[in-house]
Ligand binder design. Structure first.
Ligand SMILES: C[S@@+](CC[C@H](N)C(=O)[O-])C[C@H]1O[C@@H](n2cnc3c(N)ncnc32)[C@H](O)[C@@H]1O
Length: 263
């Protein structure tokens, strides 16, 4: 028995929606590495760390499904159509997405399109950036003494009022924000209106596990100012609440970068 005998066969004419984790190739799953080694075509998001693509077959077709130069991003329907067309041509198609494909990744939408076209596909979970980033910085997503729930939220649609931020604040549970850097002013105002104190601790991590990683520990009220000053940049994971300061007790023993503490 070899390690690869535990892994499923990547059959021609199928699509695998694969999570690539936050960037560090060490956080890829075995199934993701296996898929990279078999795929005929890889359609990857713009944020995929280039180190991960080195696991691709040398003759694989690599297509960036994110922003390309100054051209606009392809529409979701165009990406789905491409997946279907490659699969119908009999290729092994790998759709590679950052983090986990089903966490703010539009993986489900692509699955729906594949199902509608009668294409068989597999979903390969990945390590979601929100949870990976916290763990790497010594912040538990949950601990027995701090919280029994954690909220993952997108800040992308903050301005269209699609999410009731005040209601989230009232739960008293920590909130882990994705895609929120551009909307920190309205989000933090809504959370404070919902009852979160201005001094609520936060940690923000930009480009976690890549060479460009930057982390800041601060308070809720400081977040918009830090973003305006360029000290929190996208992509970032931002954790708000009682879990954020828990890192202090174990941080001296971690091999992770020391946090910049906002004044
Ligand atoms: C379109 S969402 C995709 C989330 C992804 N499916 C996941 O599970 O991590 C993109 C957002 O994920 C977060 N993100 C992804 N990779 C990151 C990283 N290496 N460091 C910090 N944030 C990251 C940022 O909030 C970014 O705006």
């Amino acid at each position: 028995m070899t390690p690869s005998s535990f892994l499923p066969e990547f059959e021609p004419g199928t699509v695998w929606l694969v999570g690539a984790g936050p960037g560090d190739p060490g956080l890829l799953t075995l199934t993701a590495v296996h898929a990279l080694g078999w795929a005929d075509v890889i359609l990857h998001d713009a944020l995929i760390d280039p180190r991960i693509l080195t696991y691709a077959r040398p003759d694989a077709i690599l297509e960036n499904a994110g922003k390309r130069g100054h051209r606009p991003s392809p529409k979701q329907s165009e990406i789905s159509d491409l997946l279907v067309a490659h699969a119908q041509a009999g290729r092994r198609v790998l759709r590679l997405k950052g983090g986990d494909p089903f966490v703010f990744g539009r993986g489900y939408e692509e699955g729906l399109a594949l199902a509608a076209a009668g294409i068989r596909f597999r979903v390969v979970p990945g390590v979601s950036s929100g949870l990976a980033t916290l763990a790497l910085h010594g912040v538990p997503a949950t601990s027995r003494d701090s919280n029994h729930a954690v909220i993952l939220a997108t800040g992308h649609l903050a301005e269209d009022k699609s999410l009731d931020w005040a209601a989230l604040a009232k739960t008293g549970q920590p909130i882990v924000l994705y895609m929120a850097v551009a909307n920190l002013a309205p989000i933090t105002a809504a959370l404070q209106a919902g009852g979160l104190a201005a001094e609520t601790p936060v940690i923000a991590v930009h480009a976690a596990t890549t060479g460009a990683e930057q982390a800041v520990a601060a308070t809720l009220a400081e977040l918009p100012h830090l973003a305006a000053a360029g000290r929190i940049r996208s992509p970032a994971v931002i954790a708000i609440g009682a879990i954020a300061p828990l890192r202090a007790a174990i941080a001296p023993h971690l091999a992770e970068p020391i946090l910049d503490v906002a004044s």
